[in-house]
Design a protein around this ligand. Structure first.
Ligand SMILES: [Fe+2]
Length: 341
């Protein structure tokens, strides 16, 4: 076993140039629909090749495969919730102030990782050489048929998504590519604009990432073809301040989680948010009284209403353990549209 390497931002962060971004306005939404005006970034380099190699060695540990593998009706193989205990480098990388600063700057709002359980969620897709070759051959043949008909768009097979149209559970995600993508076809993210058009954002290559405000934008990951292996690490983020909304829900993650860990993460930060909101409200109230101002009934009632809705939301997300069906994610119906306009 090689000696563990500590995460060193001067060596392991490889961020240079800020990528282009699309704003919520660019895709037709009001800027205040989510928690930031930024919708999505183009791929940007985040970590160095050495960092990716160490992260890959951490997910290859037998204990991670054995205790942290999940699968569901929509994803065959995922690794979840391993980072804090078994991947110290990965855990330090995503929690490092400089990493968080880069992501926050690009996201247009100060963010922090959503919780330990959602650090570097891994999507694994491993195919045999034969499968990958067959895919490439199919694409070549298909292209020929298409060019005969004078069409320029990819085939409908190329466009088949891994997961259908959906919105994420958490405000922001950072999707990091951990595989060599040379020769890979597809793998873009399709986004639906406010007027129903579909636009595509290039998929990241090895060491590169994209940031997406996935809670508020319907999107799908298009299939990647022609490679034997595709590994992505998805880390979810939420605003650092407790004073902006938190619409996080657990619907899509409950069936593929150790509920004990997930519920502790969620409930603790929701209580912290409430704690800080209550403290601020109390301070404002005290200050008014000291200044001899009148009690602000309307304003305080509004605070109580909002707080009660916030608590109810937390309570609803905590579905009793015996009511959660492992591996079955209920999909919310976002109607299909024609991809590739
Ligand atoms: Fe998503």
């Amino acid at each position: 076993m090689p000696a563990a390497v500590d995460f060193d931002p001067t060596k392991h962060l490889a961020f240079k140039d800020a990528p282009e971004v699309l704003t919520m306005g660019d895709i037709g939404f009001a800027e205040n629909i989510g928690v930031s005006p930024i919708a999505v970034t183009q791929p940007f380099q985040l970590f160095s090749p050495e960092a990716i190699e160490i992260m890959r060695s951490e997910i290859a540990k037998p204990v991670v495969t054995k205790n942290h593998t999940f699968s569901s009706n929509i994803a065959a193989s995922q690794l979840r919730g391993y980072a804090r205990d078994y991947a110290p480098f990965t855990y330090a990388a995503w929690n490092h102030a400089q990493t968080i600063a880069i992501i926050s700057k690009l996201a247009g709002i100060d963010l922090i990782p959503w919780g330990d359980y959602e650090i570097a969620h891994i999507n694994l897709s491993v195919k045999t050489e034969e499968q990958a070759k067959a895919e490439l051959n199919a694409i070549r043949q298909d292209k020929r048929v298409h060019s005969d008909k004078g069409m320029t768009m990819g085939s409908s097979e190329d466009d088949k998504p891994i997961v259908g149209w959906h919105q994420d559970s958490y405000p922001f995600v950072c999707v990091l590519m951990m595989s060599d993508c040379t020769g890979m076809i597809g793998g873009e993210t399709a986004l639906r604009t406010a007027n129903g058009e579909v636009i595509r954002v290039r998929g990241p290559t090895e060491g590169y990432a994209i940031i997406l405000q996935g809670r508020y934008i319907a999107h799908q990951a298009l299939r990647a073809l022609g490679k034997t292996e595709r590994i992505t690490a998805v880390t979810s983020f939420r605003p650092r301040t407790p004073f902006v909304k938190d619409d996080s829900e657990l619907r899509t993650v409950r069936p593929v989680s150790d509920l004990n860990e997930l519920y502790y993460d969620f409930s603790e930060y929701r209580l912290e948010m409430m704690e800080q909101r209550i403290r601020r409200e109390r301070d404002v109230m005290r200050a008014r009284r000291q200044k001899g101002q009148k009690f602000d009934t309307r304003c305080h009632k509004l605070f109580l209403e909002e707080s009660s809705a916030f608590m109810q939301h937390t309570e609803k997300e905590l579905v009793p353990e015996d009511h959660v069906r492992k591996g079955t994610i209920e999909t919310v119906d976002i109607p299909d549209v024609v991809v590739g306009k």
